[in-house]
Each structure stands twice: as structure tokens, then as C-alpha cells.
Design a protein around this ligand. Structure first.
Ligand SMILES: NC(=O)c1ccc[n+]([C@@H]2O[C@H](COP(=O)([O-])OP(=O)(O)OC[C@H]3O[C@@H](n4cnc5c(N)ncnc54)[C@H](OP(=O)(O)O)[C@@H]3O)[C@@H](O)[C@H]2O)c1
Length: 303
């Protein structure tokens, strides 16, 4: 029998999926069919929780897990040994870069304050920092980081790039202490790993210049929440966060009340730009799988 593929969407959206595979549409939070033991290629629903980890333990024929998320921090330790994990690198570049620009521009130009004033029927003009002429430090120069840079360039900024290791035009993470005091805007777009967890702590924040803007579109635990709360309460810096720790942000979190903070509810990837890119990646991976070719986006260890 041909290998079984579980998808979170109907296979006909894939525009010519391989005909020599069998497909079932499954949401494990609703129902787990008896065919679970036959699944060879699994595409879990976008941003699901423990149900996916549980269902994978019952997939005795599983060979490949293809996520729709770029980050696999919540899944990488749950994939059974011997199973290939592929992430959704590329699916979210466009959407997340667009949100990063939105957060930067909205924060610098004071859009949240205008919206609040509008609700009060108040006309509240004032001068704000422009993005133009600023130095923007992108921490994590991968797929999304490069997409953010491409959208920053027309705004007449100076972009500085940081990644794990140095290469031409990209600083190593070890250079961060020297780069932080020179940055007007710092954008975090690294994966959550043992190395990046807690990267932004009191020491990191203390090196930022007065009035700097910190933007996190990576994962919440890259930032130590208590340290950021203290820095924001001091009034010295601003922040815009698409991701927080924990998520969803609890009603009693101090982040709801700190000054100079704009929060979006982890929607970097959640836009109309996601699905066409997700379908393309899944279709291409299925064709590779069916042909016995090497898959793209294979994760090994923390990557
Ligand atoms: N907010 C959202 O909805 C949303 C959407 C998409 C992605 N994300 C998050 O963004 C992350 C990055 O996505 P991506 O597709 O751009 O990943 P990617 O292409 O794999 O790029 C990751 C980048 O981070 C760098 N990096 C990794 N560990 C580092 C460290 N310890 N110090 C400094 N840099 C480090 C890598 O450095 P090297 O180049 O040297 O390897 C690489 O440049 C995802 O893992 C996900 O958590 C969030």
C-alpha cells in the first residue's frame, strides 16, 4: 500500500500533490482515526499544543514530521527517535517581516498613543522619532532576518546583522555587547535554543542606548520578562513584542501595565501570506518524499 500522509488541510489545495501517496485530513484535537499506526508523513496543524506530541507516540510507521511553524522549540524533543523533523522555514518570512516593520513603525511614530487619543476623541499632535537615519540591529540573520532587512532598506536606515557565526557582512553573536550601545532599534529573530533562552537579560538591556526600541518577533523566552519589565518601568527604553513568556500573556502579567510597550498576540505568521507559502513547501516536500529525494528544512539537534 502507498505511504499515508496526514494533512491539516485538504490535499487539493496543494495544486498537484503526488498521486502515489494516500492522504487523510486530521485534526488530532478533534479525532484520531484508527489509521494512526500507518502514518508515514505527518503535517501537524499550525501552532498546536500537546495533542500533536501525544498522537506522534502512536505513529509506529512515522518517517517524517513537517511543521508549519519555523520554530520547532515546542516539538523538537517530542519527535520519536529516527523520525526526520522538517521545519516551516520560509513559510513565514514575508508575513513576519511585515509585522516586524509594522511594530517598528507603529512604535516609533506613536500609533498606539494616537489610537488611544482617537478613542477619547482627542487631537494629539506631536513630534516622534522617524525610522529614517536610524541604526537597526537584526539579531538572527536567517530567513526571516533577511526578509526584515529587505523591507527596512527603503526606509533609509543603517542595518547591522548578527548571527551565530561571523561571515561577510554578518557579525558573530560575541560582538553583541559592542554593537548594542550603537543601535536605535534591536530586532530579535533567532530560534529559541539553549543558547538564546534568556539572551535578553538585565545586562543586555543595560547596554541599550536611552530611547532604544527592542522588537521581539522570535520567541518569548529569548527575553527575561522580569528584566524587560524593570527596564520599561525605568522609562529608558521602548519595546514591541509579538511573542512573550508565557503565552497567552496572563491577565495579571506586569507587561500589560508597563509604559512604552506595544504587544501583538503572536501573529507574526498569522496572515493571508502564510497559506500559499505553506502549501508550496508541503507540496514540494511531498514530491521529494515520494521520489525518495532529500527533504528540505531538515532539523538536526537544535537545528
Ligand atoms: N513571531 C512569529 O510568528 C514567528 C514567525 C516566524 C519565525 N519566528 C521565530 O523566528 C525564528 C527564526 O526563524 P528563521 O526562519 O529566520 O530561522 P533561520 O533561517 O534558521 O535563521 C535563524 C538565525 O538565527 C541565528 N541564530 C541561531 N542561534 C543564534 C544564537 N545563539 N545567537 C545569534 N544568532 C543565532 C542563526 O545564525 P546562523 O545564520 O549563524 O546559523 C540564523 O541567522 C524561528 O525559529 C521562530 O522561533 C517567529
Amino acid at each position: 500500500m502507498s505511504p499515508l500522509v496526514w494533512l491539516p488541510f485538504a490535499p487539493d489545495v496543494l495544486d498537484d500533490p503526488p498521486s502515489d501517496l494516500r492522504y487523510e485530513v486530521v485534526d488530532p484535537t478533534e479525532d484520531v482515526p484508527d489509521t494512526v499506526g500507518d502514518v508515514a508523513f505527518y503535517v501537524p496543524p499550525y501552532q498546536v499544543g500537546p495533542a500533536v506530541a501525544e498522537v506522534m507516540t502512536r505513529m509506529s510507521a512515522l518517517r517524517v514530521v513537517q511543521t508549519l511553524t519555523a520554530g520547532v522549540d515546542n516539538l523538537r524533543d517530542r519527535v520519536p527517535p529516527g523520525v526526520t523533523l522538517c521545519n516551516g522555514r520560509g513559510i513565514h518570512d514575508t508575513s513576519t517581516a511585515e509585522l516586524a516593520l509594522t511594530l517598528i513603525l507603529a512604535s516609533l511614530r506613536g500609533i498606539p498613543g494616537f489610537v488611544r487619543a482617537q478613542d477619547r476623541r482627542e487631537w494629539s499632535p506631536g513630534w516622534r522619532p522617524a525610522l529614517a537615519d536610524k541604526r537597526v540591529l537584526i539579531v538572527g540573520y536567517g530567513a526571516v532576518g533577511a526578509a526584515i532587512e529587505a523591507r527596512l532598506v527603503p526606509f533609509e536606515v543603517d542595518v547591522v546583522r548578527v548571527a551565530r557565526s561571523a561571515r561577510e557582512g554578518v557579525h558573530p553573536i560575541s560582538a553583541l555587547p559592542d554593537l548594542l550601545p550603537e543601535a536605535d532599534v534591536v530586532v530579535l529573530i533567532v530560534p529559541l535554543t539553549a543558547e538564546t533562552r534568556g539572551l535578553v537579560d538585565a545586562g543586555f538591556l543595560a547596554r541599550l542606548k536611552d530611547g532604544a526600541l527592542l522588537v521581539n518577533v522570535s520567541r518569548g523566552p529569548v527575553v527575561v520578562t522580569d528584566d524587560l519589565v524593570a527596564a520599561l518601568r525605568s522609562g529608558r527604553i521602548h519595546a514591541a513584542l509579538d511573542v512573550v513568556d508565557p503565552e497567552p500573556l496572563p491577565a495579571d502579567s506586569p507587561l500589560w501595565d508597563v509604559p512604552n510597550l506595544l504587544v501583538s498576540p503572536h501573529v507574526g505568521g498569522a496572515s493571508s501570506a502564510m497559506w500559499p507559502r505553506a502549501y508550496r513547501l508541503v507540496r514540494d516536500q511531498l514530491h521529494r518524499f515520494a521520489a525518495g529525494e532529500p527533504l528540505a528544512n531538515v532539523m538536526s539537534g537544535e537545528y
